[in-house]
Design a protein. Sequence first.
Length: 116
Amino acid sequence: QVHVVESGGGQVQPGGSLRLSCVASGGIFSMYGMAWYRQAPGKQRELVANISNGLIADYSDSVKGRFTISRDNAKNTVYLQMNSLKPEDTAVYYCRCQRPFLGTYWGQGTQVTVSS
């Protein structure tokens, strides 16, 4: 079993920055694929960024060049650095943990609001 907890959300003005953190406890974190998703009101959940256990990162077109995903295996933590935030980035951000052959685990989400 893996327990996933996100933190770091909040309200920020357009053009501002936030850093989200996600701790996944249980098992061997370095073996997991980790990802950030988001869901805005009335919209489907969408993939924002993911990072493999081999440290290969990928991003949606809407955040490429503004967001950076990284991980610290010693701390069982994945981060999402969000810069140049826009109102359309407003959403609940979820962390997903993918254990090879053993299932997928989600956190409870953290709210990000970009508004002046």
